[in-house]
Design a protein around this ligand. Structure first.
Ligand SMILES: [Zn+2]
Length: 138
């Protein structure tokens, strides 16, 4: 997998623990539209990511910026001390909540990476990164 905890370059760290990758995304799309990046370069979702997009993703209403043929889906990976080195792909909110509890047991926040993927042309981009911390009321 290409998504690892050190893949934070280019992100905006100012928003309270959450890193938003919209600026980086906009830059990639601008380069693509100027013809400096080919479709092969921007639609290069790893087979594992494509599989996750089919099986463990959340739908969005946002059309793919490249092919506009379908709507983007979001795939969430969680990284943390007791999780696999390549992250745990999270299918739903219930699983995310359970991982947040696990993070509390380890007394260490886990990190969530949300990746947008186009199931059609395989465009993919890191959408945001945020610390997964359990709610105090739990
Ligand atoms: Zn697409």
């Amino acid at each position: 997998m290409r998504f690892s905890p050190d893949a934070t370059a280019g992100g905006d760290h100012r928003a309270a623990g959450t890193v938003d990758y919209r600026l980086a995304r906009r830059a990639v799309l601008a380069e693509y539209r100027r013809g400096r990046l080919s479709q092969n370069e921007v639609c290069d979702a790893h087979p594992e990511l494509r599989r996750a997009a089919q099986q463990y993703s959340r739908p969005t209403t946002e059309p793919c910026p490249i092919c506009e043929a379908c709507e983007l889906v979001l795939v969430t990976y969680v990284f943390g001390p007791s999780l696999p080195a390549f992250g745990r792909c999270v299918a739903n909110l219930k699983e995310l909540t359970s991982l947040a509890r696990q993070a509390r047991r380890h007394n260490q926040p886990f990190t969530c990476y949300v990746v947008e993927v186009c199931p059609q042309c395989h465009w993919n981009h890191l959408a945001k990164v945020f610390p997964l911390t359990p709610a105090r009321s739990e």
